[in-house]
Design a protein around this ligand. Structure first.
Ligand SMILES: C[S@@+](CC[C@H](N)C(=O)[O-])C[C@H]1O[C@@H](n2cnc3c(N)ncnc32)[C@H](O)[C@@H]1O
Length: 265
């Protein structure tokens, strides 16, 4: 039987040439902008970033422009080939290094690279992986201090998922998750925040965001700051949607959730 990582790499090899067009909608563009801004907020320029599941290099290109050294890893050769075209100059100058090693060989690849200060995984990369604990332990053991992990996953309690009968059936069968979300054309899992934090024991939650028609980021640690917002062309959505984002119900909104984690000293 084909392992998840093999099936998903084959799928991403097929979609690689059309991937950028698939993530060019207004919500996706806004989510990417907010994610990159959060990375820049916490990780000083000049640091080394591991872009885990880097895809076609939409983020790696921007991180290099912002002054980071980027270690770009993805187990799909097709996706990395797109990145290599996009970022040819940055690769030639040594600002971006790439690897398309198979997922089981990732720890070896990581040990051969300089220790990154932060790992980023944008656009649901981690939803492809069922058991995240070994990966998080790998990151925790290798990251240079202070050790940031900034990730964007599918929001497991988004209203569009919760309104389906399957979601509730799985809730009874696997209350702690992870839940199988899709099996074709690629395999993905829904990860719930408590289970994620349990898998990421060496890390502490610094803040979290939901990203949809707008993006709301809340710090999880004192000092309690007001939320940070990203809005399409600076305008909040009107009506009920706009109001809900200002209530605790915002956790049901936005297809993506971002978690900002820092390794405990
Ligand atoms: C939806 S794309 C996101 C790409 C990129 N991070 C972005 O923001 O556009 C998911 C990526 O994760 C990669 N991926 C999935 N499972 C992986 C694994 N186990 N190891 C490395 N990369 C993986 C896929 O090949 C694909 O490029």
């Amino acid at each position: 039987m084909q392992a998840d990582f093999e099936q998903n790499a084959a799928f991403h090899n097929r979609v690689a040439p059309s991937y950028d067009a698939r993530v060019s909608g207004p919500n996706e563009v806004l989510a990417r902008k907010a994610f990159q801004a959060l990375v820049a907020r916490y990780v000083p320029a000049g640091s080394t970033l591991l872009d885990f599941g880097c895809g076609t290099g939409l983020d790696a290109m921007e991180y290099a422009r912002l002054g980071y050294r980027v270690l770009a890893y993805d187990n799909s050769r097709g996706m990395v080939a797109q990145l290599e075209q996009r970022c040819a100059a940055q690769i030639a100058s040594g600002r971006i290094s790439t690897s398309d090693a198979a997922y089981p060989a990732f720890p070896k690849q990581l040990s051969q690279w300089p220790a990154p200060h932060a790992v980023t995984a944008n656009f649901a990369v981690l939803n492809s992986i069922r058991d995240l604990q070994p990966l998080f332990e790998e990151f925790a053991g290798r990251l240079a201090a202070p050790g940031w992990m900034i990730v964007s996953l599918l929001n497991p309690i988004h209203w569009s998922k919760m309104k389906t009968r399957d979601w509730w059936r799985d809730a009874l069968r696997h209350p702690r998750g992870p839940r199988v979300y899709t099996v074709q054309p690629s395999v993905s899992y829904l990860h719930f925040v408590p289970a994620l934090l349990h898998a990421a024991k060496p890390f502490r939650l610094v803040g979290r965001a939901n990203a949809g028609a707008l993006v709301r980021y809340d710090a999880a640690m004192p000092p309690n700051e007001p939320p940070t917002w990203w809005m399409p062309e600076g305008r909040a959505p009107a009506g009920l949607t706009g109001k809900l984002w200002h209530t605790p119900a915002y956790q049901l909104m936005g297809h993506f959730m971002f978690l900002v984690l820092r390794r405990d000293p």
